[in-house]
Write a protein that binds this ligand. Structure first.
Ligand code: ATP
Ligand code: MG
Length: 422
């Protein structure tokens, strides 16, 4: 017996029946991004490893443990992208999108992180994200957060809330860093191994630790609020005001720093209590130095990334937006199949979703298949009907009525009867 090869651990197949909810979500994401004036950008799945090391930070979980890295033939180290902000910045610099310009961009696609697979945490997962370049904020920060809120509203997601914090200016962040270094150094014996290693260069990263003993220590750590300069404070207050006036509730969380090196100023997360420990559905913030660090001209940026798996799961739990398998018409052929083909093509041109019966067989059996297909209607096409330019139309879901319909009226009739739920 041969061994059946299974999919790679943590990388999922998305089967018919489930993929429809993804379509619905993706459609809403595109529409909302479009309605705020964001434009799509598509970057490659593979980038040079150095891009992620230098952007995300070499002492982050992603870079230290989670990347899929390989050498290509010319010995350049390449990596499957673990996120898309670094590549968006790379592409923007490479194609001159930032100089003297503002950009509102969005992306969607697969990301790869070699973490321990569990519910809501996979090795291939999908993100939708937006990035706004060229504005200092905080007006644009509020906009970026509102885009998230609009998405929840459009999808009918209710159990989700906003955690918000600021890391302040680079200077206030630096002062905070020193205070954290001191605090954690005084409590070294309570730090986990990763945190200990990050203490010297990335003490902020320790706030993001998932190790319980370290988390306990984090509770009593100094708060960024005490280190903010006046300008950072004012900006943060303006942001909070703007969001409150848009009806967005804010939960200020002074321990929220986000696990990547490139954040400055505003950071936020949308979290839910519906998904167990994988509670973050969307996360983002401001990264004012990243473009310049990556060789571009100084360009402020702010954005977020949303985990589509977690979003789809949340919608399934909240049972909003039921997605039916929508087949409108099943075409049954009694005689010459070419007639059925022509009728199927005719209705498709008008946006009706039709399948033709393939494989022949008795009308009775074809009718059975029509029933199983989930289609709302069946048409039965025979020589007699074609001779007088009509077909038999059967309602498969309602009263089961069958009637003769003139070919010229078929499309109008179907369009008036087809019900689409969404
Ligand atoms: P976490 O703390 O859950 O590991 P993160 O801070 O690593 O999240 P980000 O890099 O900010 O996550 O990614 C943004 C969003 O992408 C997350 O809020 C989450 O919804 C989703 N996400 C991140 N990693 C995964 C994964 N391995 N599987 C599924 N979704 C993920
Ligand atoms: Mg992570």
């Amino acid at each position: 017996m041969t061994n059946k090869i299974q999919a790679v651990k943590g990388m999922n197949d998305l089967l018919p029946g489930k993929v429809e909810s993804w379509h619905l979500v993706e459609e809403v994401l595109r529409e909302v991004a479009w309605s705020y004036g964001y434009q799509e950008i598509r970057t490659p799945i593979v980038e040079k490893t150095a891009l992620f090391q230098q952007s995300i930070g070499d002492q982050t979980d992603i870079v230290e443990k989670e990347m899929y890295v390989f050498d290509d033939a010319s010995d350049t180290s390449l990596a499957l992208r673990p996120e898309a902000t670094a590549a968006t910045v790379r592409a923007g610099n490479q194609h001159g999108l930032f100089h003297n310009q503002h950009q509102r961009l969005w992306y969607m696609g697969p990301m790869f992180r070699r973490e321990r697979p569990q519910k809501g945490r996979y090795r291939q997962f999908h993100q939708f994200g937006i990035e706004a370049f060229g504005w200092q904020g905080p007006d644009i920060d509020a906009e970026v957060i509102r885009v998230g809120a609009r998405i929840w509203e459009r999808l009918g997601v209710k159990n989700i809330s906003l955690k918000l914090n600021t890391l302040g200016s680079p200077e206030s962040r630096e002062r905070y860093r020193d205070a954290l270094y001191e605090y954690f150094s005084d409590n070294k014996q309570l730090l986990d191994e990763d945190s200990l290693r990050r203490l010297a260069r990335s003490p902020l990263r320790i706030l993001d630790s998932k190790v319980p003993s370290t988390q306990e220590l984090v509770v009593a750590a100094p708060s960024i609020i005490d280190f903010l300069d006046e300008d950072s404070h004012a900006k943060f207050t303006t942001l909070c005001d703007s969001l409150t006036r848009s009806g967005i509730e804010i939960d200020i969380d002074d321990r929220l720093v986000r696990g990547l090196d490139y954040y400055t100023s505003t950071v936020f997360e949308w979290v839910t209590d519906q998904l167990g420990s994988q509670s973050a559905v969307c996360a983002g913030g401001r990264y004012d130095q990243l473009v310049e660090q990556r060789g571009g001209r100084p360009t402020p940026g702010v954005g977020f990334a949303m985990g589509i798996e977690r979003l789809v799961e949340l919608i399934a739990i909240e049972q909003v937006n039921e997605v039916p398998a929508q087949l409108d018409l099943y075409v049954i052929s009694m005689d010459e199949q070419q007639h059925a083909v022509e009728i199927a093509e005719l209705v498709r041109k008008s946006g009706i979703r039709a399948v033709e019966h393939c494989g022949g067989g008795k009308v009775k059996n074809q009718m059975k298949k029509a029933d199983q297909s989930g289609a709302q209607f069946a048409v039965i096409v025979g020589e007699d009907e074609i001779a007088n330019r009509s077909v038999q139309l059967k309602d498969l879901r309602g009263d089961g009525r069958q009637e003769q319909v003139k070919l010229d009226l078929l499309v109008t009739k179907l369009q008036s009867k087809i019900t689409r739920i969404n």
